[in-house]
Design a protein around this ligand. Sequence first.
Ligand SMILES: CC(C)(COP(=O)(O)OP(=O)(O)OC[C@H]1O[C@@H](n2cnc3c(N)ncnc32)[C@H](O)[C@@H]1O)[C@@H](O)C(=O)NCCC(=O)NCCS
Ligand SMILES: Nc1ncnc2c1ncn2[C@@H]1O[C@H](COP(=O)(O)OP(=O)(O)OP(=O)(O)O)[C@@H](O)[C@H]1O
Length: 198
Amino acid sequence: MIIGLTGGIASGKSTIANWFIKNDYTVIDADKSARKVVEPGEEAYFKIVDQFGKDVIAEDGTIDRAKLGALIFGDETERKKLNAIIHPAVRQDMLTQKDEAIANGKQTIILDIPLLFESKLQWMVDKIVVVYVEEETQRNRLMKRNDYTEEEANARISSQIPLDEKKDQADAVIDNNGTVDESIHQIKELLETWQLKV
Ligand SMILES: CC(C)(COP(=O)(O)OP(=O)(O)OC[C@H]1O[C@@H](n2cnc3c(N)ncnc32)[C@H](O)[C@@H]1O)[C@@H](O)C(=O)NCCC(=O)NCCS
Ligand SMILES: Nc1ncnc2c1ncn2[C@@H]1O[C@H](COP(=O)(O)OP(=O)(O)OP(=O)(O)O)[C@@H](O)[C@H]1O
């Protein structure tokens, strides 16, 4: 079964995904693919420099993620331009990894895709799990993790579909407002219900 693991920025997807990885499940991570496809020399790298200028190149030649983030979060037009460059490459990379996992006999494959709903990728998965937190908790965790100001956190949160809306479209919801242990308990219940084998 192909599971789409989604949620919002800092809602706890990686925390849940790490539990799956520790328990030998196959997890394919869209954020990781998004980093890989913009490495120097990749097609998307050149397109980004063409589109956003040389200012977004860091001293070591890689894309300066903080600079690019400052340009696109809070500006929908710029964000759409970046998405149009990166998303097709990310999708292709994830599909390749998924096919490899299937060829290797994996029973359950978890696609960790933050923008599953925004990018309308429901077709890629059999079931959707949303990692949910209330917006205040999300903002606080994001500010703490990334050392963002409230304004920086809000720009990122408001560039995504609200978690309340995503929750309503999920096949299952992990409520991550409580402790990590409480969330893990919910995953274990889900594994039982859906009979998910490694
Ligand atoms: C703008 C970039 C360079 C900022 O990098 P940074 O290291 O600060 O953030 P990181 O990549 O770790 O993303 C953190 C989270 O931000 C959110 N996010 C990232 N990109 C976007 C976007 N285009 N729209 C809405 N939310 C986004 C996601 O929840 C993601 O998990 C980077 O996020 C990026 O390249 N974004 C475009 C690609 C993309 O959409 N990635 C998300 C999954 S495919
Ligand atoms: N149940 C929890 N209790 C307290 N802190 C938590 C909990 N779950 C996650 N966190 C913390 O909140 C932050 C965000 O979690 P995590 O990195 O897993 O989110 P994410 O959804 O993967 O984020 P992103 O989309 O930005 O990659 C991290 O600092 C993490 O340690």
